[in-house]
Design a protein around this ligand. Structure first.
Ligand SMILES: Nc1ncnc2c1ncn2[C@@H]1O[C@H](COP(=O)(O)OP(=O)(O)OP(=O)(O)O)[C@@H](O)[C@H]1O
Ligand SMILES: [Mg+2]
Ligand SMILES: [Zn+2]
Length: 166
C-alpha cells in the first residue's frame, strides 16, 4: 500500500489516528469492564434492529480497569433504572452526558442497598420465583465486584448477573 508522503501534508487520517466521530448530544458510558458492552446494550434495549446511532468500543486499554469497553449513544439520556442496572454489570462505569459536543455531566454509577424487582433469584425454589405476587428482593452486599443476596432464601448472586436481569 502507498502511504501519502507528500511534503508538508500532515497524515492526520492515518490508521493510528482513527477515532470514533464525536457526538453532538447523547451519552457516553465509559469504564465498562471489558466484555460487558453487549450487556449494556441489552439493558438499554438496543438490539440489531435499532434506529439509534450507537458506537461500541470493546477491549481498549484502560489504566484503571486493564481492558474496558465504551458505549456511545446519540440523542439519548439514560433513566435512573437503566443506570442502576448498568451498575450491576459494570460497577466502575461512568455516565457522561454530552451536549453540544461537550461533557456537561459526569456520574459514576452506584447501587442502592437493596434492589427490588430487577434481578431474578438463582434458586428455582425461592418464593420469589414460585409465588406470583412476590417480587425479587436482593440485598447488595458488595458493589465491586457485585455480590447480591436474596432476602427470602439467602442465595448469593455474583457471576453472570446480566443473565438474571428481569
Ligand atoms: N463529543 C463527544 N463525543 C463522543 N465521545 C465523547 C465526547 N466528549 C467526550 N467523549 C468521551 O466521553 C468520555 C469522558 O470524556 P472526558 O473528556 O470527561 O474524558 P476523561 O477526562 O478521560 O474522563 P474520565 O476522567 O472519566 O476518564 C471519554 O471516553 C471521551 O472520549
Ligand atoms: Mg478517561
Ligand atoms: Zn431467593
Amino acid at each position: 500500500m502507498m502511504a501519502d508522503r507528500r511534503a508538508g501534508v500532515e497524515q492526520k487520517d492515518g490508521p493510528r489516528e482513527l477515532r470514533v466521530k464525536p457526538i453532538k448530544n447523547g451519552t457516553v458510558i465509559d469504564h465498562i469492564a471489558g466484555g460487558q458492552a453487549l450487556n449494556v446494550l441489552k439493558i438499554l434495549g438496543i438490539s440489531g434492529t435499532t434506529d439509534a446511532t450507537v458506537s461500541v468500543v470493546m477491549n481498549v486499554e484502560s489504566g484503571k480497569l486493564g481492558k474496558k469497553d465504551i458505549v456511545k449513544v446519540e440523542d439519548r439520556e439514560l433513566l435512573e433504572d437503566e443506570v442502576n442496572k448498568i451498575a450491576l454489570i459494570a460497577p466502575a462505569a461512568s455516565i457522561n452526558i454530552i451536549r453540544d459536543y461537550k461533557v456537561v455531566e459526569k456520574h459514576t454509577v452506584d447501587l442502592p442497598d437493596e434492589i427490588v424487582g430487577v434481578v431474578r433469584c438463582q434458586n428455582p425454589n425461592c418464593i420469589s420465583n414460585t409465588s406470583e405476587p412476590i417480587k425479587s428482593r436482593m440485598l447488595v452486599k458488595a458493589k465491586n465486584p457485585v455480590l447480591l443476596r436474596c432476602i427470602f432464601c439467602e442465595q448469593p448472586l455474583t457471576d453472570r448477573i446480566a443473565e438474571y436481569l428481569i
